[in-house]
Design a binder for this molecule. Structure first.
Ligand code: SAH
Length: 391
């Protein structure tokens, strides 16, 4: 599948980003990583604490690409910041733009790993889809992100940097309005780093995005859902079901073995009780696998009248995987059963299909473009880890 159309990033901004990176010393800290560390450092420099807010506002509100841009900070402080900190720790490997306005970035992290993030435009909405991990350990059989397992958690700074990179794609008159954590990885397996990043995204000195406009999508980890209920129930929670019986779900979503649907639904109910927010259940329709009317009836039974939204996701085909999209007929029959039972159902529209906007795809395809992998070749040719394909 071609990676086109690909446009190059704006030459000037690219140059300034490259400059910022090439000036790095190993001891430099990523400024997005921790506000506490920045506060402590400012204190050590006899700077008032409010400078931290000013820096945040420059980064998120005014989209400064370098410390030089922060023109109302004293020059001496800007110089010190430059020596101590870096804004950018990633580089843009690919910037793909689809006809419908969807843009996708393939980012290379400081260690050569690669992640993806997406900007979606829909009327007034500017939604960004971000990754929480490099790869994924959940093993969903139809998903491109988990094919090679999980490599590592993203840091708070790396999660925030995706937001900044995507914000920089917008004209300054437009702002990110919604965040969905539906990119690569399982967000509830990386809550320690995700929650501080989302707190900054919400903060008025950060992106100022209300919690209600932030969706966390999970494969359904009951402990993680319970932790979110206790610590931060304001987010919109989406739980990926994909099957309404444990036998099939364990085949499609192997992590299901460790909890089972009953436990997942119970934790989702607890979240709903605490948050008062309608839950979303995601269901990827795979042709002849989980798309029969009987399976739709099973789903109705599982939902048991919960006030939830069911998000039906047409399968986005992944190179090398055997799954098929459902036929139009089977999809309609599936939806009819749900609607007739009074289930609130929505079919996710496909955006940016030509640029492989389903997360995990671009990373794999880019790696394959460098070292072609065919299904037979993988058996004989050792696959190059993404970190080496970067060179
Ligand atoms: N780990 C989280 C986020 C994953 S991505 C979760 O499981 O929810 C967000 C959604 O996209 C999930 O429901 C996931 O199952 C789905 N998805 C993954 N691969 C897909 C594909 N090839 N086509 C359609 N949806 C896919």
């Amino acid at each position: 599948m071609p990676l086109l159309p690909i446009i190059d990033v704006d030459a000037n901004s690219k140059a300034s980003l490259v400059d910022a990176q090439s000036a790095l010393g190993a001891e430099q800290l990523a400024i997005l990583e921790s506000n506490e560390t920045l506060l402590a450092w400012l204190k050590s420099q006899q700077q008032p604490a409010w400078r931290a807010q000013a820096i945040q506002r420059w980064l998120f509100g005014r989209r400064a690409a370098s410390f030089d841009d922060m023109t109302d900070l004293p020059l001496s402080l800007r110089t010190k910041l430059q020596n101590r900190y870096r804004i950018w720790t990633t580089s843009i490997v690919t910037h793909a733009v689809a006809e419908d306005g969807t843009e996708k970035l393939l980012l290379e992290l400081h260690d050569g790993q690669r992640i993806e993030c997406v900007l979606l435009r829909e009327q007034e909405r500017r939604t960004v889809c971000i990754s929480s991990q490099v790869g994924c350990a959940m093993g969903c059989v139809f998903c491109a992100s988990g094919i090679d397992g999980v490599v590592r958690n993203l840091t708070t700074g790396e999660i925030l940097e995706q937001l900044l990179r995507l914000a920089h794609l917008l004209p300054i008159t437009e702002r990110i309005s919604h965040i969905v954590v539906m990119g690569m990885g399982e967000p509830l397996a990386n809550l320690d780093r995700l929650l501080p990043a989302l707190a900054t995204a919400q903060h008025p000195d950060g992106l100022g995005i209300s919690q209600r406009r932030i969706t966390v999508s999970t494969v359904g980890l009951p402990k993680g859902i319970d932790r979110l209920s206790e610590e931060n129930p304001g987010y919109h929670l989406a739980v990926s079901l994909h099957a309404a019986d444990d036998a099939l779900r364990t085949q499609l979503v192997p992590i299901n073995k460790s909890s089972g649907l009953a436990e997942i639904m119970a934790s989702a109910d607890r979240y709903w009780e605490v948050s008062g927010r309608r839950l979303t259940f995601e269901y990827v329709l795979l042709g002849s696998v989980n798309d029969s009317p009987e399976q739709a009836r099973d789903l109705v039974r599982l939902l048991g009248g919960r006030a939830a939204l069911v998000n039906i996701i047409p399968y986005n085909s992944v190179v090398g995987l055997p799954w098929r999209e459902p036929t139009q007929g089977s999809r309609e029959r599936f939806l009819d059963v749900l609607r007739a039972a009074g289930v609130n159902v929505q079919v996710r529209r496909r955006k940016g299909a030509k640029i492989d906007a389903a997360c995990g795809q671009l990373r794999r395809l880019a790696a394959q473009a460098i070292q072609p992998i065919s299904t037979t070749a993988t058996k004989t040719v050792p696959k190059m880890p993404p970190s080496q394909t970067a060179q």
